[in-house]
Design a protein around this ligand. Structure first.
Ligand SMILES: [Zn+2]
Length: 347
C-alpha cells in the first residue's frame, strides 16, 4: 500500500491527500480481543482520521488473519489449495464436506470459517478423514465428483502429489526466452491466470474448450497489434481447433492459484471468475480483451467457435499437436475476428 491516498475529509469538506499511518490496535473478533496493526488515513490539514472503505477492508482481513493464526484456522488460500487438490468445484467441495452450497465460496472469499467447519476442512487434508467424509456425503455428489475424491484419497494414501509435476512443467517454461512459439514473451503465469479470470468474467458459457480458444484469439491479436502476446502461452493444433499447449497442467495451475473455478453445467464445466479486481493489464490490453470477448460472445456454443477457428490457415496447415506459431498466424487471426464482428454488426 502507498503511504498516501486521495480521499475526502468530511471535517475539512474537501478532497485531500491523506497520510497513511500504521498503529497497533485491538478489535473484537467473535467476542475475542485480537491485537493487530491497523492502517489509518489521517487528514494532512486537520489531523482527523478519515474512514475509507479501501483500507478498512484490508484492516479487517489483517485482524482475521491474526484470529486464524490463534485458532489454527485455514486461510482462504489454503482452503482454495485444499479444494484444488481434490479437483472439485466450489459447490461439489461444499457438498463433499457436508456444508451448505455457498459455504466454501464465502470462505475462499475471506469469511472466517466456523470452528466445526474448520475442523472438518482439516480432516479433509488426511486420507482417513476424507474417507469418513466421503462415506457421510457420497449421496450428495455426482459420479464424476465421487471418483475425483476417491482418486485424491488414493493419492494421499500413496503419499504422492499430482500437482507438483504440473507446476514444474509450466514453471520451467517461464524461463524459455521470448520466441515465435510464445509470442515474444516468456510465459507469465500471473498474466495467464489474470487473462483467464478476465475472459471468464466477460464471456458467457465459457467451457474449457471455448476458454482456450478465447485465450488463443486474445494472445494472437495482441501479438499482431503490439508485437507481443498477452501471456506467453503456446498453442497447439488439436482436432477441435487450437488449444493451450500443456492445457491440463495450465488448468490445474489456474485452480491452484484461485484464478477461476469450473462448475458443472449441462454436459460440461463452465469457467467462473474467482480472483478479485486489480487486473494486471493496461487499459489498452483490457480494451483488447473486451473486443475478443465480444467476438467470443457472438458464438452460441463452443462447437460453433471451434468450427469458425477451423477456417484459419494456421490451424488447417498444422498437424495434430504441432505448435501454432504467432509469427505466421497473428494477422490472419486478427482479420478473422474483425470479419466476424463486422458480419454480426458488433462494430
Ligand atoms: Zn481534514
Amino acid at each position: 500500500m502507498s503511504d498516501h491516498i486521495e480521499t475526502f475529509c468530511p471535517e475539512c469538506d474537501e478532497e485531500v491527500r491523506a497520510i497513511l499511518i500504521n498503529r497497533p490496535t485491538t478489535v473484537a473478533v467473535r467476542g475475542e480481543e485480537v491485537g493487530y496493526t491497523e492502517t489509518v488515513a489521517v487528514c494532512p490539514n486537520c489531523q482527523s482520521v478519515i474512514g475509507d472503505a479501501r483500507i478498512e477492508g484490508e484492516n479487517l482481513s489483517r485482524a482475521y488473519d491474526e484470529y486464524r493464526k490463534r485458532h489454527q484456522m485455514l486461510s482462504p488460500a489454503q482452503i482454495t489449495e485444499l479444494r484444488s487438490s481434490y479437483g472439485l468445484s466450489l459447490r461439489d467441495f461444499s457438498r463433499f464436506l457436508g456444508f451448505g452450497e455457498q459455504t466454501i465460496y464465502r470462505y475462499e472469499r475471506g469469511d472466517l470459517p466456523d470452528l466445526p467447519h474448520n475442523t472438518t476442512m482439516l480432516s479433509a487434508t488426511k486420507p482417513e478423514g476424507a474417507r469418513l467424509l466421503l462415506s457421510q456425503n457420497r449421496a450428495r455428489l455426482g459420479k464424476r465428483a465421487q471418483s475425483r475424491v476417491e482418486a485424491r484419497i488414493k493419492s494421499m494414501e500413496e503419499g504422492s502429489s499430482t500437482e507438483a509435476p504440473a507446476r514444474l512443467v509450466l514453471e520451467k517454461r517461464e524461463s524459455i526466452a521470448p520466441c515465435a512459439a510464445n509470442g515474444y514473451r516468456a510465459l507469465d503465469l500471473e498474466r495467464a491466470s489474470a487473462l483467464m479470470t478476465e475472459l471468464s468474467r466477460r464471456c458467457s458459457k465459457l467451457y474449457w474448450t471455448k476458454l482456450q480458444k478465447a485465450a488463443f484469439y486474445a494472445d494472437m491479436v495482441s501479438y499482431e497489434r503490439t508485437g507481443q502476446s498477452l501471456t506467453g502461452l503456446s498453442y497447439a493444433h488439436a482436432t477441435y481447433g487450437p488449444v493451450i499447449d500443456q492445457g491440463d497442467e495450465m488448468r490445474l495451475i489456474l485452480s491452484q492459484r484461485g484464478a477461476i473455478d469450473f462448475v458443472e453445467e449441462g454436459w460440461g464445466e463452465v469457467a467462473i471468475p474467482l480472483a478479485e479486481g486489480h487486473s494486471r493489464f493496461s487499459d489498452e490490453e483490457l480494451a483488447l480483451i473486451d473486443e475478443v470477448s465480444a467476438f467470443v460472445n457472438t458464438f452460441n456454443s463452443a462447437s460453433e467457435l471451434s468450427g469458425y477457428s477451423h477456417g484459419l490457415g494456421c490451424w488447417e496447415n498444422s498437424a495434430d499437436g504441432q505448435i501454432i506459431e504467432y509469427t505466421s498466424s497473428g494477422s490472419e487471426v486478427d482479420a478473422s475476428m474483425a470479419r466476424r464482428l463486422e458480419a454480426v454488426g458488433a462494430r
